[in-house]
Design a protein around this ligand. Sequence first.
Ligand code: GLU
Length: 495
Amino acid sequence: MTESSIQRPVVARFCPSPTGNPHVGMARTALFSWAFARHNGGRFVFRIEDTDASRDTEESYDLLVDVMRWLGLDWDEGPDVGGPNGPYRQSERLDVYADVAQRLLDAGLAYQAYDTAEELEERREKARAEGRPSGYDGLHRDLTPEQRAAFEAEGREPVIRFKMPAKDWTFTDLVRGDITFGAENVQDFVIVRANGHPLYTLTNPADDALMGVTHVLRGEDLLSSTPRQIALYEAFAEIGVGDGTTPEFGHFPYVTGAGNRKLSKRDPESNLLGYRDQGFLPEGLLNYLALLGWSIADDRDVFTLDEMVEAFEIGRVNPNPARFDLQKCEAINGSHVRLLSPGEIRDRLVPYFRAAGLVGESLTSDQESLLDAAVPLVHERMSLLTEAVDMLRFLFVSDDEFAIDESDRAKQLDDAGLDVARAAHEALEALGEWTTEAIEGALRAALIEGLGLKPRVAFGPVRVAVTGSRISPPLFESLELLGRETSLRRLAAVS
Ligand code: GLU
């Protein structure tokens, strides 16, 4: 580490490419970079790497911004926020890359290469057969003006290749320690395509340099691009792109799924938006993602984002693959659900009730009081917000919309169950006062004492008849909230 890099204020970044749905691996990378920036009182840059028009989509861009906002990983520079080194979408920076490429060419640090795909393939095959490294062999490094003119006369369009200095590359990865790539493994590489399009190999380090990034933190899949990027930084120092320093690098471990395979974008548990739809809390999901390679203490799994920021030391990130365990993720989320107050839970639930069509854009005052009264009944019983929606749906639907789960009906409302429902109807119809205690008293008297049933046998059919499901909030409270008329109608409807 040089003196100057110690003294520079930290600038970390997250720079996804907008292809497909945002996935959990991305969120883990964003979280660690963000926590690193915040822990060190630094800046966090959010940049969109959208120079591949064939794969990038506007929809994916919108989802990325949306999901970062949902997670609450705020950025100091980037989309919607701006900043001194914008624009922050690479598709809007093509003139910047053209300029950097030209300066590399002018300084003799890059060159135009005219090889055709067939020629390259033929030489690669030969190198492989002879046991030599099969990367670019540097054939067009030192073409004479006449040779170039001849290729151009043939109509060949050149790519631009960066001249990799012939040396070994060693750096200290903040997560993985010292790493060396031998010179033979990193050959001259393409930075601009024949059609003039700059590649990731150029745009990513150029932007990191121009945006003053001090710490490049990302997934392990990009480890092998690091020597090329370090070489480019050294070239940038010569041509005055950026401030002449090279950032530090840290590569986070792979996230694996079932069978210890690397979690792929296509695995359903990768889909980040799926977590929001299922009712994970952003703080619950982030807490779990933090555990994929990091821990706050040996005996502690549940913590807040502020606590993570306070404690996040990058040197303590474990370089070994981290296994994604959906059950644990749900359990951690459940712990965060229980940390919220009933009022906070209610506010978080409203959008899910709306998405389920159970309430409109704004809640009526009846719906508000119903939700206020119902939240305490389910608070301890759910890990995900959608579970509350499922459990409380019966309170918010009309008779027409009310439906009984068919498998629960088959299990609970057979002939014996229907007898129980009829007896419950009779007992409740005669009840004067509609309170939890009175309802409980009447049902116990009629079903347990009167019919001699065990509680499970007595209350199961009533529960299914009025809530539509065997999984519901506590029964007597549910009946009270549902109200006398509706409860009796539902019991009558099944019997
Ligand atoms: N745009 C790159 C990707 O999504 C990011 C590379 C990096 O973080 O350096 O893979």
